[in-house]
Structures are given as C-alpha cells and as structure tokens.
Design a protein around this ligand. Sequence first.
Ligand code: AQP
Length: 333
Amino acid sequence: MRIFSGVKPTGHPTLGNLLGAMQRWARIDQFRSDDPGDALFCVVDLHALTVPHEPAALRERTREVATLLLATGLDPERCTVFCQSHVAAHTRLTWIMESVVGDGELRRMVQYKEKSARQESVSTALLTYPALMAADILAYGAEEVPVGDDQRQHVELARDLAVRFNTRYGEVFPVPRAVRPPAGARVMNLQVPTDKMGKSDDTAVQGIIYLLDPPDSARRKVMRAVTDGGREVVYDPEAKPGVANLLDILSACGDGTEPAELATRYASYGALKSDVADAVVAVLEPLQARYREFADDPATIDKILRAGADRASALADPYVSAAYDAIGLLPPR
Ligand code: AQP
C-alpha cells in the first residue's frame, strides 16, 4: 500500500495542518513497513505559485515546512520526504492530467471558487491546481491520501481522473482514496469558528495557532477563543461551532477520546479552554524543540530532501513513462 500527501508552503503552518494532516503522517510512518518508498510526504512548492507570492518568502517557507515535517517525527529512513519541484515527474504528468480533466470540473472546485473570489487577477495555475494535485498522487501510484476535509474534493477528482485515464487508455494508475483523521479533520479559526483555520488567511490571525507560535501566545489565543451563547458544554458543531472546535482540538491533541464524550467532563467554558490550552502547548513544545534542532542543521535537511527527491523520481518515472506510452506519445529512442 502506498501513501502520498503534501503541504503547501503558502504561509506558516498551523495547528490545522498538524491535526488534520502532518501529525497523522508521522503516526503512519511509525506503524508501517520499513520500505521508505511506501509513504511519501512532500512540500508542494509548485502549488504555492497558484497565488501571489514573494520568491524570498517562498524559499523560506519551503525550508520551514520541510523542517517542521521532520520535527513532527517523520523518519527519512522509513518514509520519503522531498520537495515537489525537485521531481520532474509532477509537472510531466500534469499535462497528461490536464488533457483528461474538463475545464468545468476545475471551475467547480470549492477552493478555486473561494480563492478566485478573493483575488483581482486569477492565474491559470489556480484553476489547474487540481490537475497538478492529481499528478502528485498518481505519479506514485498512491492508494491512500491522508488529508484534512478541505482537500477531499481534490482527491475525489484525482480518483475520477485515474479511472477516466485507465478506461480510455488502459490500466496505468491505482485509484486513490482520501483518508481523514478521526478528529481534527477541519480545525476552525478560533475567532471565526465558521471559517477554516488557514495558513494563508491574513484576517482574524488571532484565531490562528501557528506551529511556531511561542507557547504563551498559543495559550492566549485559546483562552480568547470565541465561544457560543449559553453556558453548557455540548458537542454541537451546528449550534455551537466555537465550543465544538475546542472539543475537536482537545480530542485530536489528546488520546482521541470522542469530542462528545469530552464535553460531558466540563461544566464551564473556562475549564474547557484551560485544558485545550494545556493540550495544545503540550503538543507544540516538543515539536518546537525538535524544530530548533533541525533548523540548526540546514545541511542535513538539504541532504534529506536530495535523497528523498532521488527516491521519489525513481518511484514516479515508471508511472509517468507508462502514462506517456499509453496515451500515444512516442518514446525517445
Ligand atoms: N484547518 C485545517 N484543519 C484540518 N486540516 C487542515 N489542513 C489544512 N488546514 C486544515 C490540511 O493540511 C494539509 C496541508 O494543507 P495545505 O497546505 O494543502 O492547505 P492549507 O493549509 O489549507 O493551504 P492554504 O494555502 O493556507 O490555504 P487556505 O488559506 O485555504 O488554508 C492538507 O491535508 C489539508 O487538508
């Protein structure tokens, strides 16, 4: 079974990225086989070009995200950690994916609608982003894609494209499926609990916990989280999105006890917030300590990314060659 997932260096990674995806990737890595080619985790830097960006900031964020991936506990001996732009297979396969996806399908993607509505001028790359994401997944023949809820629609499209390609041109790609975490699949902004906690969101930043926030600041953000009317602690995401978000965070940071079960343990919002703050700080502190160790050793990060890209290329090239062949492109002789 092969697993692939990625994170965009579009901002400082957040608690949402950790609980919805990165923390889970590190656990998968610990429990799986010893073949490092079975699980691939990628800094998807090409995806960061779909929105306006500063080149110097992109380079910095790419390094930060790669370092954080290792700090979560991903072991480069047991999985493959690399940068998307270092592996040519992603862009080579994107063109093939663009030839099988309809423009209507791309325009229907929720993330495209939301992000294009916020921008004055929209790049073609923002529209074709899901074709690149399908290529990211299919280039490795990945079967499982562990993601947060916001990426499920894109994985569904990758699934459709795999089936369509295989039906039209012959079996090349395994059909992937999205895998969601049991808790923390959609961490919401602490100030606007109806909005996702997003790393590229520059509004309501007091509601976003960044993974490298000083613990005191993270604690303050939790204690100031918007809660809902009434006083009763119940898990009701519709009627009480603020409280439900805190319970989800507590569940994902802790031992996975169901949020509804956790709710029964609290008689006040204050006690709940205080436990959520403790739980968040308990997750962030060791992560930040490991981050600092890796950040002090950039040569090791470079070496890990280089080895990861070499391994990833070797795994992807046969799928890309098979797709080029199946679709009728003459192989070089
Ligand atoms: N709030 C979240 N809750 C749970 N999971 C989340 N993820 C992202 N936000 C949350 C998951 O983290 C993985 C990497 O995310 P990404 O880098 O692809 O996307 P992002 O952080 O959503 O990216 P942006 O650029 O910052 O966009 P916005 O501003 O829309 O948030 C994915 O598995 C994702 O599901």
